[in-house]
Design a protein around this ligand. Structure first.
Ligand code: HEC
Length: 126
């Protein structure tokens, strides 16, 4: 009996710990903070917001690469044929120039956890 409640208690706390990170995705809230520090000097993130020096990343999940109303896309990104999803965003952010040689996006996130968090934020920012 005692053992059983210890075990189920442990399972409950384990699922509480894991819940915000369901699926292989990261933590969107941590991602939002990272985006503020690492992406917002170039990108905008609100729906309908005019891009300045980089594309608006609102609704980027499911969007064709290089297809928003940003006027200064590189020919490389426009021609890449990529349709963004979590896995592709993760690959891109690890090494943009490897996935899309010639892209003007030069910022990479080598840390896998940070990347997962940022991708979780991007996917949630519809
Ligand atoms: C120094 C400015 C700069 C920073 C900082 C920056 N980016 Fe970019 N990003 C760009 C530019 C410019 C492009 C367009 C690239 C092209 O046309 O080849 C771009 C393109 C992208 C795209 C493709 C968008 C599309 O419409 O296809 C994604 C996704 C992206 N950036 C994510 C990020 C994330 C996430 C961060 C923060 C970790 C970040 N970027 C930081 C300048 C920046």
């Amino acid at each position: 009996m005692v053992l059983r409640s210890i075990v189920s208690g442990a399972l409950v706390s384990l699922s509480l710990v894991l819940a915000p990170q369901a699926m292989a995705a990261g933590n969107a809230q941590a991602g939002a903070a990272l985006v503020k520090a690492r992406c917002q000097m170039c990108h905008v993130f609100n729906k309908g917001q005019k891009p300045t020096i980089a594309p608006n990343l609102n609704g980027v999940n499911g969007r064709k690469a290089g297809s928003s109303d940003f006027a200064q896309y590189s020919p490389a990104l426009k021609a890449s044929g990529i349709v963004w999803n979590a896995a592709k965003l993760d690959t891109f952010l690890q090494a943009p120039n490897k996935m899309v040689p010639g892209t003007k996006m030069v910022i990479s996130l080598p840390d896998a956890t940070q990347r997962a968090d940022v991708v979780a934020f991007l996917v949630s920012n519809k």
